[in-house]
Ligand binder design. Structure first.
Ligand SMILES: Cc1cc2nc3c(=O)[nH]c(=O)nc-3n(C[C@H](O)[C@H](O)[C@H](O)COP(=O)(O)O)c2cc1C
Length: 182
């Protein structure tokens, strides 16, 4: 098996983090991987806020994952976060998305987040992509302008346990077909 497929297969959402800090240089590698992600018309309609400052992290931990969002309370122990904000698409990507009834920004951001997760995995850093967080309070902390949306937050940290969690996968035959829908 290729090294790449090994890497992909060994990535898991990590929900228990050890206390070790992540080096700034490694966080930079992760966002560098994101910057190279493909995007509709190469719009790169994204911004990445990397949160590694202790005080800011504390604010995120307290505000983003409590109350209704307590399901993700594990993320409070993360060593760093990356918040991903959607920006304006290039016109053809925006217009094409309208015609196709799809928002290419979200697709692009999903791909970019996976680049981050895989680069992090390669560095031994665990990630969990989070769609469930208190966006209103996070926007306040980072002074994200009112019209903008924080699409996803990635919690990052060294896994507390070395063992990979089991992963349930649908059968190949259920999700893959060649030359026609099945
Ligand atoms: C867009 C998106 C949003 C997600 N939101 C959450 C979340 O809010 N909380 C959480 O614990 N996991 C979240 N996850 C992680 C998924 O639960 C996880 O990817 C899935 O169960 C498969 O497990 P694996 O990542 O270990 O392969 C999210 C994943 C994606 C791609």
């Amino acid at each position: 098996m290729s090294d790449f497929l090994e890497l992909v297969k060994s990535r898991r959402s990590v929900r228990a983090f050890g206390g070790r800090a992540i080096r700034r240089a490694d966080l930079e590698l992760c966002v560098e991987a994101a910057r190279y992600a493909p995007s509709a018309c190469n719009s790169q309609a994204w911004k990445f806020i990397v949160i590694d400052d202790a005080e800011k992290k504390q604010q995120v931990a307290e505000k983003a994952f409590s109350g209704l969002y307590g399901m993700n309370a594990f993320a409070r122990e993360a060593a760093a976060f990356i918040a991903v904000i959607s920006e304006k698409l290039k016109f053809p990507a925006w217009a094409g998305g309208k015609l196709r009834n799809t928002d290419f920004r979200r697709i692009d951001i999903g791909i970019a987040c996976e680049h981050i997760a895989l680069q992090a995995r390669e560095l031994g850093i665990g990630t969990c992509i989070l769609g469930w967080f208190d966006e209103r309070r996070l926007k306040k902390i980072f002074r994200v302008p009112r019209g903008k949306k924080i699409e996803l937050v990635i919690a990052m940290g060294y896994p507390a346990q070395p063992k990979l969690p089991e992963k349930y996968l649908k059968d190949k035959g259920e999700v893959v077909s060649f030359n026609g829908y099945r």
